[in-house]
Design a protein around this ligand. Structure first.
Ligand SMILES: Cc1cc2nc3c(=O)[nH]c(=O)nc-3n(C[C@H](O)[C@H](O)[C@H](O)COP(=O)(O)O)c2cc1C
Length: 159
């Protein structure tokens, strides 16, 4: 039996709800990726080109710091990584997260919430942060996704 982890970053709680549902559906462990400096509402203002998220997301090499770590990452075979779509990709804190571990041989499956955009260019931006891992095609979900729908997705995503 392969062991799965659902790790997620959520700035305003939407992805957190989806991540809990996914962990419940799959029986996976749940881990919240906590930024060292939490994002305030002002930080998240995408209409302001000088807000923290705007400035960070303009620099693809920037790696926001993370406050916590997954214990014993080596026990997991499958890692679902969840996040809100920011500017059509994963927030760069997801790159920070992936780069903290040796994920060689593991399966990494992105999932996201958004205001409507799909996964966009997400995998192209994440691939370099998990060398040697099998990075699967991810999926953006509506927060109202049902548990059977999620379960069906995980079954085909982990093949
Ligand atoms: C900085 C920033 C950029 C965003 N960019 C996009 C985007 O490109 N496309 C989109 O559909 N939604 C975008 N959103 C909306 C979020 O993806 C959406 O509200 C998400 O569900 C929030 O999840 P969370 O509560 O887990 O942080 C953006 C939100 C923020 C704060």
């Amino acid at each position: 039996m392969s062991k799965a982890l659902v790790a997620y970053f959520s700035a305003s709680g939407v992805t957190a709800k989806l991540a809990s549902k996914l962990a419940e559906t799959t029986g996976a462990d749940l881990h919240e990726i906590e930024p060292k400096q939490p994002y305030s509402a002002a930080d998240l203002n995408w209409n302001n080109p000088n807000s923290r998220s705007s400035v960070e997301m303009k620099d693809k090499a920037f790696r926001p710091e993370i406050a916590n770590k997954v214990e014993h990452m080596d026990q997991y075979d499958i890692i679902y990584v969840g996040f809100p779509i920011w500017w059509y990709v994963a927030p760069t804190i997801i790159n920070t997260f992936l780069e903290q571990y040796d994920l060689k041989g593991k399966t990494v499956i992105p999932f996201a919430t958004s205001g409507g955009s799909g996964m966009g260019n997400t995998n192209a931006e994440l691939a370099g942060s998990c060398p040697g891992a099998v990075l699967k095609e991810g999926k953006r979900f509506s927060i109202s996704v049902s548990e059977p729908e999620l379960k069906a997705w995980t079954e085909q995503a982990t093949v």
